[in-house]
Design a binder for this molecule. Structure first.
Ligand SMILES: *[C@@H]1O[C@H](CO)[C@@H](O)[C@H](O)[C@H]1NC(C)=O
Ligand SMILES: *[C@@H]1O[C@H](CO)[C@@H](O)[C@H](O)[C@H]1NC(C)=O
Ligand SMILES: *[C@@H]1O[C@H](CO)[C@@H](O)[C@H](O)[C@H]1NC(C)=O
Ligand SMILES: *[C@@H]1O[C@H](CO)[C@@H](O)[C@H](O)[C@H]1NC(C)=O
Ligand SMILES: *[C@@H]1O[C@H](CO)[C@@H](O)[C@H](O)[C@H]1NC(C)=O
Length: 427
């Protein structure tokens, strides 16, 4: 009995560790994270100045409006004397302060939000004021960093050589959790017109990671499949993103969605989805369209079934072995991601062209975007059998889409099977 008990405990513990390890780990972006960097640039007694930078070190997951909201908890009775490039949402109780200009924020757990792009010059610093929106590293390498500067008073010391850094950081984005701050080598930056390297006094970092499981109860996106030699369209599986009549409300075709549910200004509204058997907000249709001698062609259609949202800077990540032979992408931008040191080139990212199709409009007539891919056949790999031509994994805006199981894939017609190679060569 005793041994059994211990064994069960071990198994439970193992399962738990696997679950914890799987949580927050994305195999297509294994090092993806949001890093908060806390640079101490000057320090006099109990006053110091810090430059806080937020880096979105993720290949394809972006931070969209209303964006990040940084929080932490002071260890002592610190207050933020002044701040540029961002602002605290509450000033808090600064009544203890004697002086003409009250501190910017005296909250024990301040909450910092970004300024808007049009904010006045005297409130800005480098890399600030992006309305809390951050691009992914791939999609716009100039827009994945945010930064603000603040002066902190009444900072406690650990001992004579160390300032105490706040704890319990949070980034205010669904699905993200942040770890504890740790010291890293001081940040170096250019001074004197680039002729001199300067460095901050000391630098701390906090790493925040994303988990889809923490962000949503259900997936938000699904994949449907079809291929030119079969009439069958494999629709998204039933209840991929929840079931009709449970939880999320849906709008039937022909009915107009309630206007109350539309966003006013910056607020986040719950999705209003078109009623389907799968109940997903986004459907990606993968159609194997044509077969040539040495190439094959896929048509991808992304459909927005959410009436309450336009997806800005949307992107799709696809894992398929044929992507290493991608020849041309029509209508979208493409970049190979190669998360594992270029040993496997089976993952790539697609996104819209600015001012043309970088916004996926709300559900309706214009709520879809189409693209085509021309792929080279690798004779050692390529086959129409067993759904090889279908994607292995597909993400929309960084969240994994539900792909129908292999037993639902369309079958190759028998006469093609019997003539063996015909499908490969004749078309
Ligand atoms: C966070 O991302 C950076 C940049 O890709 C990487 O150097 C770092 O190791 C990552 N941190 C973790 C904990 O994965
Ligand atoms: C000061 O703190 C550092 C690191 O936390 C530690 O290594 C060092 O021994 C401390 N010094 C004293 C005098 O306590
Ligand atoms: C950390 O902060 C969150 C809210 O920001 C709060 O709910 C939680 O209790 C805090 N945790 C600790 C250990 O203080
Ligand atoms: C989406 O964009 C269109 C066109 O710009 C606009 O008319 C519509 O109100 C927007 N919808 C939402 C939900 O923001
Ligand atoms: C993957 O792509 C990179 C650059 O595009 C190339 O250098 C590398 O050889 C490729 N690896 C394989 C296994 O095809």
């Amino acid at each position: 009995m005793k041994i059994m008990g211990r064994l069960e405990l071990t198994v439970l513990f193992l399962l738990f560790s696997i679950w914890v390890a799987a949580d927050g780990y994305d195999p297509l972006d294994p090092t993806g994270n949001i890093t908060i960097q806390w640079d101490i640039v000057t320090w006099i007694d109990d006053y110091y100045e810090a430059v806080v930078s937020i880096y979105n070190f993720q290949q394809y997951r972006h931070v969209e409006s209303p964006g990040w909201k940084l929080g932490w908890e002071w260890r002592g009775s610190e207050a933020i004397k002044e701040m540029i490039g961002a602002e605290a949402t509450e000033q808090g109780d600064c009544s203890w302060f004697k002086g003409p200009l009250l501190p910017h924020c005296c909250e024990k757990m301040p909450e910092i939000v970004d300024l808007l792009p049009e904010s006045p010059y005297h409130m800005r610093n480098a890399n600030c004021c992006k309305g809390a929106v951050l691009s992914s590293m791939t999609q716009n390498p100039l827009q994945y960093k945010a930064s603000f500067k603040m002066g902190i008073m009444k900072a406690p010391l650990h001992n004579d050589t160390k300032l105490i850094i706040p704890k319990n950081f949070s980034i205010g984005l669904p699905g993200y959790t942040c770890g504890s701050p740790f010291t890293v080598a001081p940040t170096k930056y250019r001074g004197d017109g680039g002729r001199r390297w300067m460095q901050s006094f000391s630098t701390w970092e906090v790493t925040c990671t994303y988990s889809q499981r923490r962000a949503f109860r259900y997936p938000t996106c699904c994949v449907s499949l079809s291929v030119f030699y079969s009439e069958t369209i494999v629709e998204c599986s039933r209840c991929s993103c929840g079931c009709q009549g449970v939880g999320t409300k849906c709008v039937n075709p022909g009915d107009s969605p309630p206007a109350l549910l539309f966003p006013h200004g910056d607020e986040v509204v719950p999705p209003v989805v078109s009623c389907t058997q799968h109940m997903c907000l986004i459907r990606v249709h993968w159609h194997v369209k044509q077969n040539y001698m040495g190439y094959w062609r896929v048509k991808m259609t992304v459909t927005n079934l959410n009436f309450a949202k336009n997806y800005t800077s949307w992107n799709i990540v696809v894992q398929h072995p044929s992507l290493q032979g991608i020849v041309q992408v029509f209508n979208l931008q493409y970049r190979s991601l190669n998360p594992y040191d270029k040993t496997i080139n089976d993952t790539g990212m697609f996104w819209g062209n600015p001012f043309y199709n970088d916004i996926l409009l709300q559900s309706g007539e214009d709520g879809n975007i189409q693209a085509e891919l021309l792929l080279k056949k690798d004779p050692g790999m390529f086959t129409f059998k067993d759904g090889w031509t279908f994607p292995r994994r597909l993400y929309f805006d960084g969240d994994e889409c539900v792909i129908p199981p292999p037993d639902r894939y369309p079958r190759i017609p028998v006469h093609h099977y019997s003539t063996g190679f015909s499908l490969y060569y004749i078309f």
